[in-house]
Design a binder for this molecule. Structure first.
Ligand SMILES: Nc1ncnc2c1ncn2[C@@H]1O[C@H](COP(=O)(O)OP(=O)(O)OP(=O)(O)O)[C@@H](O)[C@H]1O
Ligand SMILES: [Mg+2]
Length: 298
């Protein structure tokens, strides 16, 4: 059983903090990186002041499940996920790090987000309503909010350091990373999404869309970051799926609904979350893990 403590930023000389994303903290190790998923949650592009206790562990374990699922087909960035095999100097931080940390290969990250969509939702739906296309990919007429697409489409986005990522066409992606790389990332992304979607459906989850990141390590393209979690994807419960309306989801639904209900103006200061919203959100993340893996965490 994990001894779970709230995540506190490490401050140890052997591994300086080199990057903080919205959710993950990245520390430099000798020849590698230590990636720690914190309990931070973001909504409407803001990090909320209230942590979602154990969320980082659940996200890490879902990613590890998928890395393992694709292990023989898709090379990835994992070096070590077993905390007991981490370097000696990290062992005193077991209760803070175990379950939420992975030692990873430091990749040269492609500066695009590899989004795959199998259903019409979010910015894809808005784009379709305006233009009949998603990221310049023409779609059949008559699709509704939540409709399944004839086949999964690759709709890359820029990686914005601040604020919203911006959807771009395949040609623009090819311009940024080269046509050969863009084709490779597109094919890998669609293949991973399609296989994951098929599997998740057998577990009662529709993966409506998702975002991958890739990098290059020793000349090879590898899958990095987090994979097919409720933070990087839209997970919908298959038994509540209805075309033509907003679908309930496995992740930030309660958080977004709460923030809308208090009419927050989406400017700082960012409001705290009440305890019942936090615990409902934790339960949703746990449920996603349990449904996908048939295992219980923590
Ligand atoms: N193997 C790797 N090598 C180098 N950088 C990595 C690797 N895996 C992940 N990263 C980077 O680590 C960071 C992870 O942090 P986090 O997921 O919180 O990022 P973010 O981009 O701010 O948030 P979001 O995922 O919501 O866009 C990202 O910048 C990602 O590109
Ligand atoms: Mg990320």
């Amino acid at each position: 059983m994990l001894q779970v403590e709230a995540y506190k930023k490490l401050s140890i000389p052997q591994c300086p903090l080199i990057k903080q994303g919205k959710v993950r903290d990245i520390y430099q190790l000798d020849n590698a990186l230590l990636m720690v998923a914190t309990d931070r949650i973001s909504a409407f592009d803001f990090i909320l002041p209230t942590p979602i206790h154990t969320k980082g562990i659940i996200l890490t374990q879902i990613s590890l499940f998928w890395f393992d699922f694709f292990n023989s087909a898709i090379p990835n960035h994992i070096i070590e996920h077993d905390f007991n095999a981490f370097p000696e100097f990290l062992q005193p931080y077991k209760s803070t790090l175990e379950g939420r940390s992975i030692i990873i290969k430091k990749a040269e990250v492609f500066p695009i987000e590899c989004v795959v969509r199998g259903y019409l939702a979010g910015s894809g739906y808005n784009d379709y309503i305006k233009t009949g296309s998603v990221c310049t990919i023409k779609l059949p007429t008559g699709l509704a909010k939540g409709s399944q697409l004839p086949e999964p489409i690759f709709t890359p986005a820029t990686k914005a350091d601040e604020g919203h990522d911006e959807n771009i066409s395949f040609e623009e992606a090819a311009h940024i990373i080269g046509t050969e790389n863009a084709n490779k990332l597109k094919n890998m992304s669609i293949e991973i999404y399609s296989r994951a979607r098929e599997y998740a459906l057998t577990k009662g989850i529709i993966i409506a869309d998702t975002k991958f990141e890739f990098g290059v390590y020793n000349g090879e393209i590898i899958l990095i970051d987090e994979v097919l979690t409720p933070d990087s994807s839209r997970f919908w419960p298959a038994n509540h799926y209805h075309i033509g309306k907003e679908q309930p989801s496995y992740d930030k639904q309660f958080v977004r609904d709460y923030l809308e209900s208090i009419n927050w103006n989406k400017k700082p200061p960012v409001p705290e979350l009440p305890v019942d919203i936090v615990s409902k959100t934790i339960d949703k993340y746990k449920e996603a893990y349990h449904q996908l893996t048939n295992k219980n965490l923590i």
